[in-house]
Design a protein around this ligand. Structure first.
Ligand SMILES: NC(=O)c1ccc[n+]([C@@H]2O[C@H](COP(=O)([O-])OP(=O)(O)OC[C@H]3O[C@@H](n4cnc5c(N)ncnc54)[C@H](OP(=O)(O)O)[C@@H]3O)[C@@H](O)[C@H]2O)c1
Length: 326
């Protein structure tokens, strides 16, 4: 598995990482043994980067990673977590005192003295332009509670605001074949500044696997059921904010353009990983088979013509609805 330096952390991470929201909650049930198996399968396949958050299952995802680390002390994994969504989404909450409290909990859950990377978890927009927030994050680095900080963002403008700050190590953003906006300004700015880019929701919440039909339904405790309309959190996090039926049809067109034997999910991940400026792509997986197949995408040669296909499908099906939204 190819490794890339994750921006200003200076640390290498695998180009295909693992998103572990699924191991917390919000994706139907994933039991503890399946969750630990996803982590083990990923590491066995060369993944060295996990993305988690304190809010995923209110600490369950972090705690499972802590358990995995204890059981596999030789596994060298860089773990990025996030903070800031367990309480009210009020800019006044983003203080040094709260940061200390939140990172202490994550350190305990993950079983480490110092967090490799903590990301502000899609905070209210004013947080990204508040000097005191960055000063507080710098203080956490000085104190040793965290080695690096970054941000997870909803919009391109938030990404650009964070990239302009000298202490920002990485930006996590939705980037996939159905969400091309980061290509315009975010990737060039990140490359220029030496900030890492973590590409999340790379399969558009599973749509790009090509396995859903218009009739597919999801469990009641899966955000693909209860956040279709954005009533629980930003609708962009569910199917990348695209209409489900349109997404199913576009995924079929994407799959049809691939050479025989190439899995759409693997092609979708390889395409994101191939974009200049991307440090790591973090698909979520609910079982060992998904984790293995996603890691293998790190070895896939990009099918000829795929880039043109991605742009054609985006321009035809999504640009008008999503390009100016995030
Ligand atoms: N605000 C934030 O910072 C934020 C928001 C969202 C996500 N994230 C991070 O980004 C990670 C990835 O995003 P995501 O999980 O939302 O979306 P995603 O990676 O685009 O989609 C994950 C879903 O795709 C399906 N899938 C995965 N691998 C597959 C394979 N090989 N073959 C077929 N289907 C496959 C599974 O769906 P089924 O469940 O239907 O099998 C899985 O639950 C998360 O785990 C989390 O770490 C962060």
């Amino acid at each position: 598995m190819q490794q890339r330096i994750l921006g200003r952390t200076g640390r290498p991470v695998s180009i295909i990482g693992l998103g572990t929201w699924q191991l917390g909650a919000d994706w139907g049930d994933v039991d503890e043994s399946a969750a630990l198996d996803v982590l083990a399968a990923s590491v066995d396949a060369g993944v060295t980067f996990f993305d988690t958050a304190d809010v995923y299952g209110d600490g369950r995802s972090e705690t499972l990673i802590g358990t995995f680390r204890r059981e596999h002390p030789d596994a060298e994994v860089f773990v990025a977590t996030k903070m800031g969504r367990r309480g009210p989404q009020d800019p006044g909450e983003f203080t040094l005192a709260n940061f200390r409290q939140w990172t202490d909990r994550s350190r305990k859950n993950l079983g480490v003295d110092s967090l490799d990377l903590v990301q502000l978890h899609c905070p209210p927009t004013p947080v990204f332009s508040n000097d005191a927030v960055y000063d507080a994050l710098d203080t956490l680095v000085e104190e040793g509670a965290i080695a690096n900080y970054g941000v997870s963002v909803e919009t391109v403008d938030e990404a650009l605001a964070a990239i302009a700050r000298p202490g920002t190590a990485s930006v996590q953003i939705i980037f996939n074949a159905f969400r091309l906006k980061p290509l315009d300004a975010v990737l060039p700015a990140a490359r220029e500044a030496g900030v890492g880019i973590i590409a999340r929701v790379p399969l558009a919440s599973g749509l790009l696997s090509g396995k859903y039909t218009r009739d597919t339904t999801f469990a009641a405790n899966d955000h693909r059921t209860y956040n279709r309309d954005g009533s629980a959190f930003d609708v962009g996090e569910t199917f990348s904010g695209v209409d489900f039926g349109t997404g199913v049809e576009a995924a079929q067109a994407f799959a049809a353009a691939l050479p025989e034997g190439v899995a759409p999910s693997a092609a979708a991940l390889a395409w994101v990983a191939a974009q200049d400026g991307v440090s790591s792509v973090i698909p979520g997986a609910r079982n060992r088979a998904q984790a293995e197949s996603n890691a293998a995408a790190g070895l896939l040669d990009l099918p000829e013509g795929l880039d043109e296909t991605v742009h054609e499908i985006y321009d035809r099906s999504f640009r008008a609805a999503v390009h100016d939204r995030w």
